[in-house]
Design a protein around this ligand. Structure first.
Ligand code: HEM
Length: 472
């Protein structure tokens, strides 16, 4: 997945470096000419990049990633190099043809798991996110069936009940920040549909432990040491061990109970399906494999979907006519405008700005022969703002997707190829259910008419005021 934060620099140093870097970038805004196409054959080496050193580039990236991408693209063209601490070189690409080459490239050459090693202490050795090549495909094969599009209806009823319950508890007539509530809702949905745990003390315990675990993925108090110590030494920190041990014990108990259950064939939660799933050689998944994948689905699917939902509301309330059209169509039982609204939200406010592939051997791309070890990084944010693909790219226009479905390499909020988000259908279905429920029940207006800017929370770009609205 696209990542990450600014290493172990203190906040004030990050702020200083960002300010300095932003000034430098603005000062040199016209300095570098776009690279010209080579007369014969590709240019060997990395495309040009901003002139600031790695620390300053990292500082800007950690706070204003999307702005940085836009500035570099304007100055340097559709392919350029960023130098980010702990990450080596990122060759940012934004041309759909080049992105197609990356997404359809040989998975032996384009590694995604290698760049996600930081997640290994949390998600384990078997997580589909940290693996590459044969082992990655093996785990992904096991996870695909529960996430097939046609399975979604099965989760619909639970999702709808959770959304209705949660939304009914929100206050009306007063400013209210939706993102944290969306997050509570997506957590609840994952606990029921993925872990298959419903109601009672077990649910409470699991919810509490998973929340503690999720903090490890977003709280800078944990992220900074993970980066500083590296994935292998992080378990030395007692607070880290306590939280992961607690989650592990609860998941182990859940897996044991489910293995002993007699109604597995009739259950449609993901855990039950994983217990029944078999590797290619016919062997079942081990407890540790199941644990690793459950936590992977939780981490990959919970904050991302909540943030996308928050952005959908943030955009809609600033376009009252579109919100009204959505409401009318939903009340009439139609979903076309709702689907287009979700697609447009994910285009204009992609939750993740980039995805990363580390090269295991030299590759020719976009006029360059890139060296092994560099990372090729399709910039979701830049493709989605390309005026040649999307006229009026800054405008929120769900209508653009009514007649024409999104393109495979021009609409990439879920990445692509053999690493494309496993939960893409799940997330869009969940967004449909939640938004339908919300607009049916409430009139919504913004707490403040000014649009919300984006704010970086670990890997996701969230609305700065958490999608603050007033419900009526
Ligand atoms: C709006 C919500 C979501 C967004 C924007 C999103 C985005 C992404 C992106 C950009 C990637 C990386 C793709 C690549 O490298 O090409 C990814 C991977 C992944 N996502 Fe999602 N995701 C969302 C929701 C979910 C949900 C709900 C789940 C599961 C419950 C999920 C599970 C995964 C998994 C397992 C991977 C790793 C796939 C692999 O490496 O083979 N995601 N997601």
């Amino acid at each position: 997945m696209g990542r990450r934060i600014c290493g172990a620099m203190s906040h004030s140093r990050v702020r200083f470096a960002t300010r300095l870097g932003v000034r430098l970038m603005e000062a040199t805004a016209t300095a570098a000419a776009p690279p010209t196409a080579p007369v014969s054959g590709p240019i060997r080496g990395l495309p040009p990049g901003p002139r600031m050193n790695r620390a300053v580039q990292t500082a800007i990236w950690s706070r204003r990633a999307q702005w940085m991408l836009e500035q570099c693209r304007a100055r340097l063209g559709p392919i350029f190099t960023l130098r980010i601490a702990y990450e080596g070189e990122w060759v940012i690409v934004s041309d759909p043809e080049v992105i197609k080459q990356v997404f359809t490239g040989d998975p032996k050459v384009f590694h995604a798991g290698e760049g996600n090693q930081i997640l290994r202490p949390l998600l384990g050795e078997n997580s589909v996110l940290v693996l590459d090549e044969k082992r990655h495909i093996g785990q992904r094969r096991l996870l695909l069936p529960p996430f097939h599009g046609e399975r979604m209806q099965g989760y619909g009823e639970q999702m709808q009940a959770i959304a209705a319950r949660e939304i009914a508890s929100w206050p009306t007539g007063t400013p209210y920040r939706l993102r944290p509530r969306m997050q509570a809702m997506t957590l609840e949905i994952i606990i029921e549909t993925v872990f298959g745990v419903r109601g009672g003390a077990r649910l409470e315990q699991l919810r509490d432990a998973l929340r503690g675990f999720l903090d490890l993925t977003t709280d800078p108090r944990f992220l900074a040491p993970i980066l500083a110590l590296g994935p292998d030494r992080i378990r030395a920190i007692p607070a880290f061990r306590r939280r992961t041990d607690r989650v592990d014990a609860l998941i182990a108990a859940e897996i044991a109970a489910r293995r002993a259950a007699t109604d597995l064939e009739d259950r449609d939660d993901v855990l039950s399906m994983l217990i029944l799933a078999c590797h290619e050689d016919g062997s079942p998944m081990s407890d540790v494999e199941i644990r690793d994948e459950l936590l992977t689905l939780l981490v990959a699917g919970h904050e991302t979907t909540a943030t996308a939902l928050a952005w959908a509301v943030e955009r809609l309330v600033r376009h009252p006519a579109k919100l009204e059209r959505l409401r009318e169509e939903v009340l009439a039982g139609e979903d076309a405008y709702l689907t287009a609204t979700i697609q447009e939200t994910l285009r204009l406010r992609p939750v993740i700005s980039i995805v990363i592939r580390r090269l295991t051997e030299p590759v020719e791309l976009g006029g360059y022969e890139l060296p092994a070890g560099a990372s090729v990084t399709p910039a979701i944010h830049l493709v989605h703002r390309d005026p040649r693909i999307y006229p009026e790219p800054e405008s929120f226009l769900p209508e653009r997707f009514l007649d024409e479905p999104p393109g495979t390499y021009t609409w990439i909020p879920f990445g692509g190829g053999v690493r494309r988000c496993l939960g893409a259908a799940f997330a869009q279905f969940e967004m449909t259910v939640v938004l339908r429920e919300l607009v049916r029940r409430h009139r919504i207006r913004p707490a403040d008419p000014a649009p919300e800017r984006n704010y970086r929370r670990a890997i996701t770009e969230t609305p700065r005021r958490d999608a603050e609205v007033v419900l009526g």
